[in-house]
Design a protein around this ligand. Structure first.
Ligand code: NAD
Length: 257
C-alpha cells in the first residue's frame, strides 16, 4: 500500500511504540488519528506532532475495552479524515496483578477494534480494503516465566491474526492483517521487567531471546519501521514478525520455536 494520503488510526498512540508508529506514518504522508485512554498525554503528543504535520494529526480519547468508545473513535476518524485504511492496533498493558484486565485490553481490545475496522473497511471502502497491524510481542511466540496473563494475551493476538489473515473473507474484501512481535522495546511498559532483577534474569536466560538480541532494548522507531514495512508490502499477510536488534530496522519471519 502506498501510505501517502491514507488515513490511519493508532491505538496507544499517545506514547511509546504507538507514538513512533504515528510519527512514521505522518512522515510517509498519512493522516493520523491518535487514539488513547490517556487524554492528557494523547493531546500533548498530537499537539507536538501537529507542529510539523499541521492538519494531518488529531487525538481522540479511546478505551479499547469499551465497544462505544471504539465505535466513537472510528466515527471520529471517518468524520475528520475519511474511512481508515490503516489500523495500528497497538494499545497494551503489562500488569500481572490484573490478569483479566490484561486480557481485556491486549486481546479483546485488539479483537474489538479489528472487527469494527474490518466492517468499516468492507462497507465504506468499496472494496479498496486496508490493513490492520496488531502489536503482539515476542511473548506471543515464546513463554515468559512470571507473565502468564501477558503471554496469554499476546499468544491470543498472534492466533487471532493468523486466523483472520487466512480467512477467505479477508481476501475478498482486500483487508490484510499482520502482527508485530517485538523483543524488549525501550518504553514505559517494560519498566517493571527491567527494574526487577529476578524477572529480568529469568527472561534473559531464554535462549531464543538471546538469539534475537533481547539483551539490548529496541527503540520504538525500529518497531515503527517494521510497521511501515508491513503496510507497504502488499504480500505481507498474517505473518507473525519479530524485530531483531541486529542493525538496521527490519522484519524477519519468526522460526517455529
Ligand atoms: P506504553 O505503555 O508506552 O504505551 C501503551 C499505550 O497504550 C499508552 O499510551 C496507554 O495509555 C495506552 N493504553 C493502555 N490501555 C489502553 C486502553 N484501554 N485503551 C486505549 N489505550 C490504552 O508501552 P509500549 O511499549 O509503547 O506498548 C505498545 C504495545 O507494544 C503494547 O501492546 C505492548 O504490549 C507492545 N509491546 C511492547 C514491548 C516493549 O518491550 N515495550 C514489546 C513487545 C510488545
Amino acid at each position: 500500500m502506498i501510505i501517502q494520503d491514507k488515513v490511519a488510526l493508532v491505538t496507544g498512540g499517545a506514547q511509546g511504540i504507538g507514538r513512533a508508529i504515528c510519527e512514521a506514518l505522518l512522515k510517509k504522508g498519512a493522516k493520523v488519528v491518535i487514539a488513547d485512554i490517556n487524554a492528557t498525554q494523547g493531546k500533548l503528543t498530537a499537539a507536538e506532532l501537529a507542529e510539523q504535520y499541521a492538519g494531518k494529526v488529531i487525538f481522540t480519547e479511546c478505551d479499547v475495552t469499551k465497544d462505544k468508545s471504539v465505535e466513537r473513535a472510528i466515527k471520529t476518524v471517518k468524520e475528520v479524515y475519511g474511512t481508515p485504511d490503516i489500523i495500528g492496533n497497538n494499545a497494551g498493558i503489562l500488569d500481572e496483578s490484573i490478569p483479566q484486565k490484561t486480557i481485556e485490553v491486549n486481546l479483546i481490545g485488539v479483537f474489538r477494534l479489528a472487527s469494527a475496522a474490518m466492517d468499516c473497511m468492507r462497507a465504506d471502502n468499496g472494496g479498496s480494503g486496508g490493513i490492520i497491524v496488531n502489536t503482539a510481542s515476542i511473548a506471543g511466540l515464546l513463554h515468559f516465566p512470571s507473565f502468564p496473563a501477558y503471554c496469554a494475551s499476546k499468544h491470543g493476538v498472534v492466533g487471532f491474526t493468523r486466523s483472520c489473515a487466512a480467512s477467505p473473507d479477508m481476501e475478498v474484501h482486500k483487508v490484510r492483517m499482520n502482527c508485530l512481535c517485538p523483543c524488549l522495546v525501550d518504553t514505559d511498559i517494560v519498566k517493571c521487567w527491567t527494574e526487577d532483577g529476578v524477572k529480568q534474569g529469568k527472561i534473559l536466560s531464554l535462549k531464543p531471546l538471546q538469539d534475537y538480541g533481547m539483551q539490548e532494548k529496541l527503540k520504538p522507531a525500529e518497531v515503527a519501521a517494521a510497521f511501515i514495512d508491513l503496510v507497504e508490502d502488499d504480500n505481507k499477510n498474517g505473518v507473525a514478525l519479530i524485530v531483531p536488534n541486529d542493525g538496521p530496522p527490519k522484519c524477519a519471519e519468526f522460526p517455529a520455536y
